[in-house]
Design a protein around this ligand. Sequence first.
Ligand SMILES: [Zn+2]
Ligand SMILES: [Zn+2]
Length: 355
Amino acid sequence: MSNNGNHLRSWEERWHPLREEWVIIAAHRQDRPWNGETLDRSNVHLPGYVDDCYLCPGNLRVSGKRNDNYNQTFVFDNDHPCVGVDAPVEPAKPNSFYRSQSARGIARVVCYSPRHNLTLAELDPAEIENLLKVWQQQYIDLASREDINHVLIFENNGEAVGVSNPHPHCQIYATNFVFKTIETEARASERHLRETGHVLFQDILKAEIDDGRRIICQTDTAIAFIPYFARYAYEVYVAPKETHASVATLGPWELNELANVLKTLLVKLDNLWRMPFPYVMALHQSPTNGELHKGFHFHIEIHPPLRRPNLLKYLAGPEIGGGNFLSDTAPEEKAAELQAQTSVHYKGSALVGGD
Ligand SMILES: [Zn+2]
Ligand SMILES: [Zn+2]
């Protein structure tokens, strides 16, 4: 066997302080760099209204209920929820050490706009700001309920993440349980505060601002960056700079700037390959189970599944078999690609404000 055959690959592990796990960065593992080919999907024209879309204004849903003739956002209880208020109070007890408990909750759908063909990236900053206000109201309404211990607001965007209806919308799961990532983040944040006196996310923001290479855009009060410990190639965090436990307590100016930063970021993602950029977006907010969760800092995580226009990041041996993410790309390089994009959407909508 040659000496080369004995060489151990030199990879780097980066600590993910919120998830409390290592992320393996093997950036040199990537084959030839992406050569700039773009998928120009701008010729895929969707109509503004589709008569059999269950999310368009005035249309009938399978439940037999009819959508309002809404002209901004529209919120309704999901006709096919994963979690339902009617779940049995006590599930059958397993005949072993296995455990079960009842999972209950409220599932809602939020349509971003009456327009069937306008993605979040294409909405005006003012419309995104209005959506943030809807998220505030939903969080406040649902969090105040006795049996609701967590409110997960998320958007699955694009066929790559399994979305069948392109009408732009997000979903809300308000549940009696707390999702695992949020539980881990809340625990890590509390411990970091106890041990160092610092808010964990503030230390992340300080590290990112001091370094600067991974920041995509920012204003006085809001920021978007690919974190040092990103698991996906184009994973971006969008957050207010001040610590808030949830979106609910953001002031008017913070909402305005957060909307602008989110808009700029989504436009840059779309511009990268001149196609609607698929992603899973989730708001990470403090659990609402009556505990304090000191040090929790609300943020939005955007996880795009694509590494290149036609190449999905497959979860395989390291992730499924071993339980740690292996990233083939350096977050610094991916951030530079996004920084280089303009903040005017390739389809032509102009951006007001944001940097
Ligand atoms: Zn529609
Ligand atoms: Zn998070």
